[in-house]
Design a protein around this ligand. Structure first.
Ligand code: PMP
Ligand code: GLN
Length: 390
């Protein structure tokens, strides 16, 4: 690929595209890419249809339509008590993915460093690299308690004179970790001590289980002014294909991101933006039942994976359950395992190594998505049990 930029050397095709194509080709059950297999709330769908019918089909304003920006500000107030100015402190983007890209491209200088928790969502490293900067990973490892932890000393040591940002994702893909208050306070205190900005990707904010609570970084003392919060409607309203995301935070940070964003997509999703505003205004009961329903699906999947013989990490949140395959496959090669799984038993999963800065750290781990109908999950785990259970 002599024409491709060296900044993206080694990135190739994303694992989601590869594995979803494999699922289509083999007719396997797709528990790889994280997308729900049922529609979101009818009010939200209807609002998009009527927006299209009422002529909202041309470029929306650069910052996003006013009713969505207001709904985002209201949401931040309702769930986190944050006071956000919808005119100056909110930017609507093409999914959280574009929010992340525009923040990184709009803020980083060549040679800057970004502290990231490893594993991480796959676009982080690629976008840091496109910006000419360097990702400095801090490894998350599962402890005896089944929760993922990081070493505070490693986090401290990851910060250098070149560090500009800490890029945090909580609740976390792919581990399903919800960062605790103690962990968040440590990150916040280091950000303040070293004058860093924290970018938080909170797309799974409403998908917490077992009474775990998502803590928004911007709510910690002294963090409102140095945190840019990213989220999107894809997970919360089961509309991953609409790609409506957003960021909120200090005007100077939003403006830096907007400067890059306007040259990426300029604007996007005119009729979907007012529909997201309708979604964000749904009552608390909607959000509660979303998480409760997903928790049941998580339990079906996790129980089935245990029964099939996998060492299974129960996620505290998100769409994903991670397993260590070494209990059923002594080679412990997650990539090879996932590539052969559809043939072997008609199920698709994603090898977690693609999320690691050091792929070796996640070589034996595989991620299964639980955001599916219970009947689909039950069928998938039955197939896995037939193939692997002793
Ligand atoms: N961040 C994380 C952690 C994700 O898992 C995803 C994928 N759904 C995104 C960002 C991208 O979100 P969106 O589809 O809104 O671009
Ligand atoms: N966020 C989803 C996942 O982690 C899918 C994202 C994508 O397809 N790029 O599976």
């Amino acid at each position: 690929m002599k024409w491709a930029t060296s900044k993206l050397a080694g990135y190739g095709t994303t694992i989601f595209a590869e594995m979803s194509a494999l699922a289509v080709k083999t007719g396997a059950i797709n528990l790889g890419q994280g997308f729900p297999d049922s529609d979101g709330p009818p009010e939200v769908l209807d609002a998009a249809v009527s927006a299209i019918r009422s002529g909202l089909n041309q470029y929306p304003p650069g910052l996003g339509v006013p009713e969505l920006r207001k709904a985002i500000a209201d949401h931040q107030k309702r769930f986190y008590g944050l006071q956000i100015d919808p005119e100056r402190e909110v930017l609507v983007t093409a999914g959280a993915t574009e929010a992340i890209a525009s923040v990184l491209l709009g803020m980083l200088e060549v040679g800057d460093e970004v502290v990231v928790f490893d594993p991480m969502y796959d676009s982080y490293q690629a976008c840091i690299s496109l910006a000419g900067a360097r990702a400095v990973p801090v490894l998350l490892t599962p402890g005896e308690d089944g929760r993922y932890h990081f070493d505070a000393a490693v986090l401290r040591a990851a910060i250098s004179a070149r560090t500009k940002l800490i890029l945090l994702n909580t609740p976390h893909n792919p581990t399903g970790k919800v960062f605790t208050r103690v962990e968040m306070e440590l990150i916040a205190s280091l950000a303040k001590q070293h004058n860093l900005v924290v970018i938080t990707d909170e797309v799974y904010e409403h998908l917490c289980f077992d009474g775990n609570t998502h803590i928004a970084m911007a709510t910690l003392p002294g963090m409102r002014e140095r945190t840019l919060t990213i989220s999107s409607g894809g997970k919360t309203f089961q509309t991953t294909g609409w790609k409506i995301g957003w960021m909120s935070g200090p005007h100077s940070l939003v403006t830096a991101a907007k400067t890059a964003k306007q040259f990426l997509t300029y604007v996007n999703g005119a009729p979907f933006q007012p529909a997201m505003a309708v979604g964000l205004a749904l009552p608390d009961s909607y959000y509660q039942s979303l998480a409760a329903t997903l928790q049941i699906a998580r339990d079906h999947l996790a129980k089935g994976l245990v029964a099939a013989g996998f060492t299974t990490y129960l996620p505290e949140a998100t769409y994903f359950v991670t397993v260590d395959i070494r209990s059923v496959d002594s080679r412990g090669d997650g990539m090879a395992f996932c590539r052969s799984l559809p043939e072997r038993c008609g199920v698709v999963a994603v090898p977690s190594e693609v999320f690691y800065a050091e792929p070796e750290s996640g070589k034996h781990l595989v991620r299964f998505a639980c955001c599916k109908q219970l009947a689909i999950i039950d069928e998938a785990v039955k197939r896995l049990a037939n193939a692997f259970a002793q």
